[in-house]
Design a binder for this molecule. Structure first.
Ligand code: 13P
Ligand code: SF4
Length: 335
């Protein structure tokens, strides 16, 4: 089954998809497995999954699921988060090498050294981190609740925010705090969505609405254009992938420009068939997310691979930080 055919295929009409999907569902039922898919997965995987969502929404589903097995179609740190929250369940990832350049930008040793420079600071770790890094953090956050999490820290306490610099800048602006220190990590996909590309697309589509992921290199430009009056505030939103789907359901705009990984377009187009959703950058494709292919999902369910393990002492410490995040986050992958 060639991967290239998969991305363009309409699931309603394609017999190959139907046969594959029936086999996936049969194997999932046999394993009593729930299939979770991130919004950046290829359309076939999004369409066959039990739940599609952003990092926070999927963490919540993993935590409350009564399935014996969780098959996580996303990148490794997301599957690890599911295991942290559901230690009694088998967590499978179809390709264990599906990593994340952002999560790889800081390890536990680097975080310990940073903490030693700021004794007493509260460590807020974006969920795009390894289990070892989460174990060193006080509280986790995702793109949909980062500002609420930082706002929950007493105003006089310093905050170490990691690893995403663009998300950190967004959080500093929203909370108005100047005692938040930022790690200089970035996602290569989102950092690659440049301000110049955003300006060109907005000039070509002057009536379009704009949805921007807070990890994007163009976030600052979008917010500056709003504050400068070049872009009406009601036409631009900085939101998680879950927040983008919610905005797509509500919008009355004819054209919506989308600044994030292009896999999200499938959910947006399903959410609103009247609007036209266009990427700010066609090149914004996460090769790690796309390592999870339909063939590998089938093999994962058939052979029970690849099991995600987190050493118990690390898991217990990481769970504390993740559960604090879940207690604070707004339901439904909000803005
Ligand atoms: P969301 O939490 O918005 O889904 O983002 C996850 C991610 O990996 C962004 O690149
Ligand atoms: Fe990581 Fe970026 Fe891929 Fe998201 S898009 S999983 S942050 S590399």
């Amino acid at each position: 089954m060639p991967t290239s055919a998969i991305q363009d295929t309409s699931t309603e009409t394609d017999e190959t998809y139907t046969a594959w999907a029936e086999e996936v569902r049969r194997l999932a039922a046999r394993r009593r497995a729930v299939i979770l898919a991130h919004n950046y997965q290829v359309p076939w995987i999004q369409d066959v999954a039990d739940h599609v969502g952003d990092s926070l929404a999927l963490s919540r589903v993993a935590a409350r699921s009564d399935a014996e097995t969780i098959v996580f179609c996303g990148v490794h740190f997301m599957a690890e988060t599911a295991k942290i929250l559901a230690p009694g369940k088998t967590v499978l990832i179809p390709d264990p090498d599906a990593g994340c350049s952002l999560a790889d930008s800081i390890d536990a040793g680097q975080l310990r050294a940073w903490k030693a420079e700021h004794p007493g600071a509260v460590v807020v770790a974006y969920v795009n981190t390894t289990a070892e890094v989460k174990a060193e953090a006080d509280i986790c956050c995702t793109s949909s609740n980062a500002a609420e999490v930082v706002a929950s820290v007493p105003a006089e306490r310093e905050v170490l925010f990691l690893p995403d610099f663009f998300l950190g800048q967004h959080v500093k602006r929203v909370t108005g705090r100047d005692n938040v220190h930022l790690w200089l990590g970035e996602c290569h996909v989102h950092a690659g969505i440049q301000p110049a590309a955003l300006r060109a697309r907005l000039e070509a589509e002057p009536d379009a609405e704009l949805l921007v992921h807070p990890e994007c290199g163009c976030t600052t430009t979008a917010l500056w254009m709003v504050s400068d009056g070049q872009l009406p505030a009601e036409r631009a939103r900085v939101v998680s992938t879950g927040g983008m789907v919610a905005a797509a359901e509500r919008t009355r705009a004819r054209t919506v420009l989308v600044a994030t990984e292009t896999g999200i377009l499938h959910q947006l187009r399903k959410a609103n068939r009247a609007a036209r959703f266009e990427p700010v950058s066609e090149d914004a494709v996460c090769r790690f997310m796309k390592m999870i292919t339909p063939e590998k999902l089938l093999a994962s369910l058939r052979d029970g691979v690849h099991e995600v393990e987190v050493p118990e002492p690390v898991r217990v410490r990481a769970e504390r930080a993740v559960r604090r995040m879940i207690a604070i986050g707004q339901p439904g992958g909000g803005e």
